[in-house]
Write a protein that binds this ligand. Sequence first.
Ligand code: ZN
Length: 234
Amino acid sequence: MRFMTRRWIALALAGALALGAASAAGTTATSAGATAAPAGATAASALAELKAGNGRHMKHHYAHPHQTASRMHALADGQHPHAIVLSCSDSRVPPEIVFDQGLGDLFTVRVAGNVAGDAELASIEYAVEHLHVPLLVVMGHESCGAVAAAIEGGEAPGHIAALVGVIQPSVEKARSLPGDLSTNAVRVNVETMVTALRSSHPILDQHVADGTLVIVGGVYSLKTGAVAWLPDSP
Ligand SMILES: [Zn+2]
């Protein structure tokens, strides 16, 4: 994982840069064709769908959309996801269940601590550039083990040290905030990644600037199943 470290640090540094509010939602996907997002899919409609799905998850009243054989067969010719979700590998936060989505709906990137190194960033760029996905959600969650490791500090074994090192600046920032350190660190870690991704050059920043990509952050509650969206989310 050493090769990722430099990029992770770059992202963390980029996260320190203040950026403006998210681009206005409601941008229509620009391209048609086999790999484009569905016609009419916008950041606003995708986010609304995720919020509705999360509401169903909270009530344990699932619609289980897009999980039929016909859906599977239809997707054999190409994918048209309407949202990218960068979330933690934690087994308790699978995006398809948390948002009650089905086959071909979400382009998911999962890594402990929901931070993006080169491979994760490349995955996101592919979905934005080639699949024209209009929405990227960075989703942290309460009681995140990766964030807890960063709070604990000390020597982390194996490659875990590189991952913890990326989260460390967010933890240090959270230490100066009132309230629960773990809760604050999880939120700041999401905020840092959202900010870094919005300014990620050369692909994501351009799409954010021209309104074809909206990046939002949220924190998932293990107790209620609810995703609390960051204040600057549409
Ligand atoms: Zn986690």
